[in-house]
Design a protein around this ligand. Sequence first.
Ligand code: DHB
Ligand code: MG
Length: 221
Amino acid sequence: MEKTKGTPLSQELLNYINDLFPSEDEFLKELNKEARSQHHWPPIQITEEQVSFLQFFLRAISAKNVLEIGALAGYSAISMARALPDDGKLWTIEPVRNRCEFINKKLLEIHMQDKITVLHGKAGKILVEYTFPVEFDFIFIDADKMNYKNYLDLCTPILKKGGVICADNALAWGQVAEKEISDPDVIGVQMFNKAISEDKRYKSALIPLGDGMLFGVKESN
Ligand code: DHB
Ligand code: MG
């Protein structure tokens, strides 16, 4: 048996992982259902095993202050916030107003309105204009792919030394290794991956979970 190549994740294996380490409760299931059936928002939230890993990771680094770029319906924001200590806080930036309203309503239901701040607006503008009261332990980028590199540049100064940045969709729907690509989203991911891989301030790794997660730890300013 070949033992050195890694194991492709079949649905059976993913089910095994998620049965052992579930991260999606009834509240999150219902949130997704409403996001789809009432609002017709796309089912592009991170996967259950990605949530399990992010929650594990946030605990492992004792993360307290987290920033998310791209909230959609709040699935990942709420999931990450659940892994923070009592005094932990999460800010999430979302440009679509009714998504912000939806999330704020959901936060009231679970009494998380003081833990999560939803910032309405374009991340490129908010990251320039808004003064956050903290430096971040962890920043999760899961938004418009063409701006990933821009977000890396804007987030690096507000990420604390030793903090971690993570970008979703680092495998660009499986197309990241293709050379003749014209899809601007794939190109955006390729540019981000290359930029952080060459960035002397970061030590990075691409973890093939979900559609790929690029993790970088900021070792210098
Ligand atoms: C898309 C965006 C995502 O962040 C994702 O995880 C999957 C798909 C999209 O824009 O299609
Ligand atoms: Mg994503």
